[in-house]
Design a binder for this molecule. Structure first.
Ligand code: PMV
Length: 336
């Protein structure tokens, strides 16, 4: 039995994660169960801080995101996480108040939904007085947004697809903590505007219409093992190879949908071309990109100088809005 304490308010913080082996495709849309596993790195400077309360003067369920009340769609996504927790704590009748602040531009393909739903899960469990294992919290966060299950953990995390219909075995687990490897991640901001298609819609459309989808899903297991081995051995060129291949196969799958789904813009491809030039000049750098136009550059500390310089020229040319420099980040946590 879970313990219900009198605590009815808690604040938690979770950090965004970027997949090195991509998740694209669900085997169950209602439970956010993936067709295959994925593997990610959690980042330090990009995070969401969320306060959840179940206090007597809450009139209805409400979510304030970055200072503004959200629409019913975003609230419904949050309640997918809140509802099972408040039922379990016998607080089902109590309206929830959620106040959430991102250091990330919301919905710009910078994984703000991952940090947001992970912070919400941790804060809600704490406000309900429930002491749950991190993997259980991870499976709950998954109900709100698939990739959020990986943001429970700092450093490198692997999300196992699982095989059960109820999804209990579909959660992330930590592989290597934030101190394992001093990688630097620079976000090349092509646009901080809201993305056009949600990843859930994009995945559904790709699954229904892309003839490449089965091939993408079928290639993931080998990439997961290759990425885990490369990270374990701190083998940068092996990780670069698998991460770029996973990213481009995901985008190829989307581009093969009918009509095609193109998140990358010409400026994104310009950044990728610059990465190729940096690699040719000997820099230890590779790229990744998700359901938005921004490109993330992963590099070793000694290659940060040339990466900075190359991206600064793109900012000067007007091809980029700016850059954000980050490092591996910590576990999600309840704040005092
Ligand atoms: O969890 P969602 O619905 O935000 O989907 C994330 C999908 C990608 O960011 C494109 C890939 C990934 O593994 O994070």
């Amino acid at each position: 039995m879970s313990t219900l304490t009198r605590t009815r308010r808690a604040t938690a913080r979770a950090h965004v994660n970027i997949a090195l082996v991509k998740y694209w495709g669900k085997r169950d849309v209602a439970l956010n169960l993936p067709a295959a596993g994925s593997l990610s790195l959690t980042l330090d400077r990009l995070h969401t801080t969320t306060t959840v309360s179940f206090e007597d003067d809450n009139a209805t369920d409400a979510l304030i995101l970055d200072g503004r009340p959200v629409g019913p769609g975003v609230l419904a996504k949050a309640l997918r996480v809140v509802d099972p927790l408040r039922r379990r704590a016998e607080l089902a009748e109590r309206p929830v108040s959620i106040i959430s602040d991102n250091t990330v531009p919301t919905a710009a393909g910078l994984a703000s939904s991952a940090s947001g739903l992970a912070a919400l899960t941790v804060a809600t469990a704490a406000a309900c007085g429930l002491d749950l294992a991190p993997t259980e919290l991870s499976a709950l966060a998954r109900l709100g947004s698939g990739s959020a299950c990986r943001s429970l953990f700092g450093g490198f995390a692997r999300w196992d697809a699982g095989t059960r219909a109820d999804g209990i075995d579909s959660c992330a687990r930590p592989l290597f903590d934030q101190r394992h490897w001093d990688l630097r991640v620079v976000v090349a901001l092509v646009s901080s505007a809201k993305k056009k298609a949600s990843s859930t819609d994009g995945m559904g459309h790709t699954r229904a219409t892309s003839p490449y989808h089965g091939a993408f899903v079928g290639s993931v297991d080998a990439d997961l093992d290759a990425a885990e081995a490369a990270i374990g051995a701190r083998d940068f060129s092996a990780l670069a190879r698998v991460a770029e291949r996973s990213c481009l196969r995901m985008h190829a799958d989307m581009l093969a949908a009918d009509p095609p789904l193109a998140y990358l813009r010409c400026q994104s491809w310009r950044v990728i071309e610059v990465v190729r030039e940096l690699q040719a000049s000997g820099a230890a750098v590779f790229f990744s990109a998700d359901a938005g136009p921004n490109v993330k550059l992963f590099c070793l500390p000694e290659s940060l100088g040339p990466v900075r310089e190359a991206l600064a020229s793109l900012v000067d040319e007007g091809a980029l809005e700016g850059t954000i420099e980050t490092r591996p980040g910590p576990d999600a946590e309840v704040l005092p």
